[in-house]
Design a protein around this ligand. Structure first.
Ligand SMILES: [Zn+2]
Length: 387
């Protein structure tokens, strides 16, 4: 079988799609959630634990890895897959988002960005070419274009100028990309919440031609309604056969609504970050394990979850670990939250394949929003089992 990078449709339901992403490092069923492995580690998780949740692809951060340990060192040590023990596909971001967030520590020009490291203040420069080279050195399965993302709200002229610069940079990223069998580079659609600018951005990127398309510049404070309405005018313009990735999103409800609008891939720090702060995701919203009500509760977080936290430990034990500031608390709860996110995506995927997405989505939303729910009730068992 050829290992050409491609997305193959399995089923569709309206604009929602189920399929498989074929890559040099394996096949990933979509829609899929990518755990964030910022500095070459999904925080508080071993890679075996990440695998056990059913994750098929993880994300790494160019900005962090270029500063420490450095892309050339990772390359010398066999690439990021080997370095972090993840032989499966890895998507790396371009460093753009982090660099733009540095505020006064960075200086933007038409050619790239010069910035000071947040670690030791040392001076660095990222350009479209340099970002693409670094991702190549890391051996990223999916390379992202280096782009600029203005903070919202911003004037339409500001968003337009920024988007057009990102499109010029995208052409330079494509020049710098070394095509390899099973590898991909994604262009990033910008344009804020302006439909015409989003359409112009899609035209620019599809004109250049990429293996996949990301929707950037959302989930930056615009709210879910504007995010969804922007997806509504953007995803229909992307070629159907191309994978679509919504960057930095989101809550379980964001994921569901975005899949319904034709998105295939997601990444977000929410499940891992929440796990470190004692918050557990369930089919009925979140639980705060620090809360005293869990102190003598011998039940698991969820009887339907197959993670280590739920199969071996009680809510009372997790509560104790967080109260005692034990490192095992964040480890177990991160595991649980990633297991929940993967179960959520499997459930949605199965529903698309079986033609039951509408009912499944209605059920998920009802459970998330039930006002008569108390944490003393157990989450319901209706999530489809692991295939
Ligand atoms: Zn669990």
């Amino acid at each position: 079988m050829s290992t050409a990078f491609r997305w193959v449709e399995q089923a569709r339901s309206g604009r929602a799609r189920a399929g498989h992403l074929h890559t040099a490092h394996g096949i990933v069923p979509t829609p899929t959630f990518m755990p964030v492995g910022t500095v070459g580690t999904v925080k508080a998780m071993t890679m075996d634990a990440v695998r056990s949740t059913g994750a098929g692809i993880v994300l790494g951060n160019t900005y962090h890895l270029m500063l420490r340990p450095g892309a050339e060192r990772v390359r010398a040590l066999g690439g990021l897959h080997r370095f972090m023990d993840w032989p499966g596909p890895i998507l790396t971001d371009s460093g753009g988002f982090q660099v733009m967030s540095l505020g006064p520590l960075r200086k933007l020009d038409q050619d790239g960005v010069t910035f000071n490291s947040h670690i030791d203040g040392s001076r660095h420069r990222l350009t479209p070419e340099r970002s693409t080279d670094i991702q190549h050195a890391l051996d990223a399965t999916i390379t992202m274009c280096f782009d600029e993302c203005p903070a919202l709200p911003a004037a339409p002229e500001v968003i337009a100028q920024s988007m057009r610069m990102s499109m010029r940079w995208a052409a330079r990223c494509r020049e710098a990309f070394v095509p390899r069998q099973g590898y991909a580079q994604y262009g990033i659609i910008q344009g804020g919440t302006e439909p015409e600018l989003r359409a112009e951005s899609v035209r620019s990127l599809t004109g250049i031609g990429f293996e996949g398309y990301a929707i950037g510049g959302l989930a930056v404070g615009e709210g879910q309604d504007l995010m969804f309405s922007t997806l509504d005018v953007t995803t229909p313009l992307i070629p159907w056969e191309s994978p679509r990735y919504l960057m930095g999103v989101g809550t379980p409800d964001d994921l569901l609504g975005s899949v319904e609008r034709g998105v295939d891939m997601f990444d977000c720090v929410m499940p891992t970050r929440a796990g470190r702060t004692a918050r557990a995701y369930t089919e009925r919203g979140t639980l705060n394990l620090r809360n005293a009500r869990h102190a003598v509760d011998a039940r698991p977080i969820s009887p339907h979850c197959d993670c280590l936290a739920c199969t071996r430990h009680s809510r009372a034990y997790l509560h104790h670990l967080f109260r005692a500031n034990e490192i095992l608390g964040p480890m177990l709860l991160t595991w649980h939250n990633l297991a929940y996110y993967q179960r959520l995506m499997r459930g949605i995927r199965t529903a698309i394949v079986e033609g039951t997405l509408e009912g499944h989505a209605a059920w998920l939303r009802t459970e998330w929003s039930r006002e008569d729910w108390t944490p003393d009730e157990m989450p319901p068992p209706d999530i489809p089992p692991v295939p």
